[in-house]
Write a protein that binds this ligand. Structure first.
Ligand SMILES: Cc1cc2nc3c(=O)[nH]c(=O)nc-3n(C[C@H](O)[C@H](O)[C@H](O)COP(=O)(O)OP(=O)(O)OC[C@H]3O[C@@H](n4cnc5c(N)ncnc54)[C@H](O)[C@@H]3O)c2cc1C
Length: 466
């Protein structure tokens, strides 16, 4: 007689919960799954709460990419398909001594046509002339740094005012110190001699795709928190157990079993998914693989603060109809971006006509976590005064601190990850990773990794019975 196998999932963010669901739903053999999370509630970096009289305004992620299938598929599987909405289509700006609409024909900031930058005043005539010669330049040998490659191809202005702000806004990154391979849309453009020509082809292929008329982003109408809530409910409904306020402190291997020690308990299991951030995971991986742990410990994670404001309609400059703006690094003081939520989302419009603005402060190399909330608000308002030339006196303020929330994919990220996984396979088979620190930070990439991790755990369990 074989006993039901037990899988422990460390981390109850979207990655951990999806891994748990995958194992429970797809395992051909009986299996029990326990999700452990250090926090009093699941969701990790995803949180939605009431704000400005609205029932659900996201405190972190507010949309997922729908051009790749994983998050949309998960939402449909959870019955949220019909409850998805998409942004209004309002355009975004880059602030550089004034607001500039982000030009069209870009691929994550990389120009796909000369006309992408020919008429914008975001670039100087010299910057445009430098960018225009890109197709004539000899091939650049890629180093694993976005900044290194893009600066060489298009010059500093395209990098600093387009590519770095757009990529940096997704990863809170300094793209001069960020892996090119970790941003596949940009890495794919290095296969040809000219990045501009490659970007042109990539955009053409994308628009030839039948789905190109569909929105690029989606979100549940009740906010991203609804995804987590429904996911956690489903995990429990299919037999999973979720235990919160349980910090994993160490793992011990005993032959083909593991003991997982938390602050409160010890759980025995046959396989483990590590769906917690790299640096935090180093502590408990250390007891099974000190080499893997020493590499995980080196991971940098950037912190950001998101200050949400409800601004009276009368104070809002009427010409600012866009979805928000990004601030290039050389122009940054503290604010790196601001999202004009009520322009971006039709369901984020308070009945009194206020504008909901979500202001981002901090990134890799720009720490803001030491400021108290009052100081953060003052910094946000002072920067916005400079950017939009308006004195804002918000009627409601919410400060969401996201400490060490953005893992930084330093150059040669994937080589390091491979070394960790190889070492773990040898010393601790049946332990797999899924989550933002590892193979993609966006929600779809987290779901994709979680699916793969779940399948790999199922294969491991099958190998134990053979
Ligand atoms: C401000 C902000 C805005 C974002 N915007 C977007 C967006 O618009 N679109 C998008 O796609 N993505 C966005 N992201 C990124 C995305 O939200 C995250 O990458 C994703 O939610 C990470 O999920 P995860 O499950 O991998 O990790 P996490 O959500 O970090 O979950 C990990 C969990 O592990 C737990 N944990 C840690 N250590 C231990 C331990 N020792 N024992 C037990 N549990 C432990 C933590 O408590 C946590 O709950 C944003 C992120 C932030 C911070």
């Amino acid at each position: 007689m074989t006993h039901a196998r037990h899988v422990v999932v460390i981390g109850g963010g979207v990655s951990g919960l999806t891994t748990a669901l995958t194992v429970l739903a797809d395992s051909p053999e009986p299996v029990s799954v326990t999700v452990l999370d250090a926090q009093p509630s699941v969701g990790g970096l995803i949180r939605t709460s009431p704000f400005a009289g609205l029932p659900a305004v996201d405190e972190g992620a507010d949309a997922f990419l729908t051009r790749v299938p994983w998050a949309t598929q998960l939402a449909s599987e959870l019955g949220l398909g019909a409850a998805l909405t998409s942004p209004t289509g309002a355009h975004a700006y880059v602030w550089h001594n004034g607001m500039h609409t982000i030009p069209g024909d870009l691929l994550l900031g990389v120009p796909a046509k000369v006309r992408s930058f020919a008429s914008t005043r975001l670039l100087s005539p010299k910057g445009k002339a430098r960018a225009a010669i890109e197709p004539l330049l000899p091939r650049t040998t890629p180093k694993d740094s976005i900044g290194h490659y893009v600066r060489r191809r298009f010059g500093n202005e395209v990098h600093e005012r387009l590519v770095d702000p757009l990529v940096g806004s997704i990863y809170a990154a300094d793209t001069d110190n960020f892996s090119l391979a970790a941003v596949p849309q940009i890495a794919a453009l290095t296969s040809e001699r000219s990045m501009l020509i490659a970007a042109g082809k990539a955009r053409k292929n994308a628009s030839a795709n039948a789905n190109s008329s569909l929105p690029i982003f989606g979100s549940p109408l009740k906010g991203m928190g609804a995804l987590i809530e429904t996911l956690a409910e489903r995990v429990v409904a299919v037999g999973g157990t979720i235990r919160t306020s349980e910090t994993v402190e160490s793992i011990e291997r005993h032959g083909s079993h593991y003991n997982v020690h938390t602050t409160n308990h010890t759980l025995q299991c046959d396989a483990i998914a590590v769906a917690s951030p790299a640096k935090k995971s180093a502590a408990f991986i250390h007891t099974v693989d000190s080499h893997a742990a020493s590499l995980l410990k080196q991971w940098d994670h950037a912190s950001v603060v998101l200050v949400s404001l409800a601004v009276p309609a009368t104070q809002w400059p009427s010409h600012l109809t866009g979805s928000g703006y990004l601030v290039p690094k050389p122009d940054q003081r503290w604010v790196t971006a601001a999202s004009f939520g009520s322009n971006k989302w039709a369901h984020w419009r308070p009945t009194d006509g206020s504008m909901i603005v979500r202001v981002s402060l901090g990134r890799d190399g720009l720490d803001v976590m030491h400021f108290d909330n009052e100081k953060l608000l003052n910094l946000a308002l002072a920067d916005m005064k400079l950017h939009i030339n308006a004195d804002l006196t918000p009627t409601e303020v919410r400060t969401s601190r996201w400490a060490e929330s953005f893992p930084q994919y330093r150059p040669h990220h994937f080589e390091r990850l491979e070394e960790i996984e190889k070492s773990l396979r040898a010393k601790a088979p049946g332990i797999v990773f899924a989550g933002a620190s590892y193979r993609g930070i966006g929600i779809p990439a987290c779901v994709q990794q979680a699916r793969a991790a779940g399948e790999s755990l199922i294969s491991h369990l099958a190998s134990l019975t053979q």
